[in-house]
Ligand binder design. Structure first.
Ligand code: PHE
Length: 373
């Protein structure tokens, strides 16, 4: 009977000999150290720790050894695998740090470099001013109303109580749209003011009506320093029970204070418009000299030519004939309206001397208004 095979020689399992394991460990560590980037390291990892790697294969042989040799070989292989995994993890951290540092340099953006940007355009200062005026009134509960620029003569003139032979209907003032036969009998004009929006608002809306209507208007004027055939107006209309000229005055004063600051005021001078009765020309206190240049040769004012007042536009109490034309009972309702040109307002608000600068669309004009294009 033979004794237990205590002297079973593990040398028979080549792969588990100490120097073989040592070589596997050394090979793996050398390959890890040689991996130049994360991709190479992934391959090294598969080759030296994957299922088919020498250490994994050696590990599989351990089971065949007798207990003592098994423990020793297991320890050796385990240590070798531990060392390899540790080296892998350490190299991984190193290579990641290298990659991050490289990416930071390679993908850095120099935000101070000059760049090539196409100007995107910006709102015109005229639009901004018009919006500001709109804001003042919407804050008081007014609604913004609109109407077409190509308007029926009836809205532009008739409903506003212009008699058929009123001079404003002449071609020297009004652009008529050609009729189908090339004549001027189309009954359609380019609106000469924003007042037709009054009619549209009264016909379309429930009473009371409080509207502000900014918009473009047309008159057959030559373009010069103070005229342009296309310009912008703001129209205001309030129709309610019991409105009077006093409400109009208070509203105008509030507007000029909001636009030009405390202490500003307006004054009314008699005038005539077919659609308001009584009608007035509205002036505002000169916002530069505040009236102090009047009769004071030591303090001349260029803005108001030392008159103390600047003409703004027209206004008045809505003519009962207009209310009637819109089906509103003038016994019950009354109202007020005003209208003025925004270019003019912009000219004295910003010391613009030539109206052509406003309409020509040159960015050198708009940029000083703080526009970014
Ligand atoms: N529509 C008039 C104009 O263009 C201004 C105006 C509006 C006058 C409203 C009175 C009331 O001159």
């Amino acid at each position: 009977m033979s004794a237990p095979n205590k002297s079973y020689d593990p040398v028979e399992v080549e792969a588990l000999k100490p120097d073989a394991i040592e070589r596997m460990r050394a090979d793996a560590l050398a390959a890890i150290a040689a991996a130049g980037d994360l991709e190479a390291l992934t391959h090294v990892k598969t080759a030296h720790t994957g299922g088919g790697s020498p250490l994994a294969l050696a590990n599989r042989e351990i089971g065949a050894l007798p207990p003592q040799a098994k423990a020793e070989a297991g320890k050796r292989v385990g240590q070798a695998r531990g060392a390899v995994n540790q080296a892998l993890a350490a190299r991984q951290v190193e290579l990641e740090a290298e990659r991050d540092a490289r990416v930071l340099v390679e993908e850095a953006v120099d935000v101070t470099l000059p760049y090539d940007r196409r100007p995107a355009g910006a709102r015109h200062p005229l639009t901004t001013l018009s919006d500001r005026i709109e804001d003042i009134f919407t804050a008081m509960g007014y609604e913004v109303a609109e109407g077409p620029e190509v308007e029926a003569e009836w809205f532009n003139f008739d409903a506003l109580n212009f008699p058929p032979d009123h001079p404003a209907r002449e071609t020297q003032d009004t652009f008529f749209v050609e009729g189908p036969d090339g004549g001027s009998e189309s009954g359609v004009v380019l609106r000469t003011h924003t007042s037709p929006v009054q009619i549209r608002a009264l016909l379309q809306r429930e009473l009371p009506v409080y509207v502000i209507a900014p918009g473009r208007v047309y008159r057959s004027d030559e373009l010069d320093a103070t005229h342009t055939p296309v310009f912008a107006q703001v129209e205001l209309l309030a129709v309610d029970e019991g409105l009077t000229m006093a409400d109009l005055k208070g509203t105008l004063d509030h507007m000029v204070v909001s636009l030009f600051g405390e202490g500003m005021t307006t004054r009314l001078r008699p005038n005539h418009f077919p659609f308001t009765e009584p009608s007035a020309e509205m002036d505002m206190l000169c916002y530069v000299c505040r009236g102090e240049s009047v009769g004071n040769p030591d303090r001349p004012c260029r803005t108001c030519s030392s008159e103390g007042w600047i003409e703004l536009g027209g206004c008045g109490v809505v003519n009962p004939r207009v209310l009637t034309a819109c089906g509103v009972d003038p016994e019950k309702y009354s109202g007020f309206a005003f209208g003025f040109g925004i270019e003019r307002m912009m000219m004295f608000r910003h010391n613009v001397e030539d109206m052509r600068d406003i309409v020509e669309g040159d960015v050198r004009f708009t940029l000083p208004f703080g526009m970014e294009i």
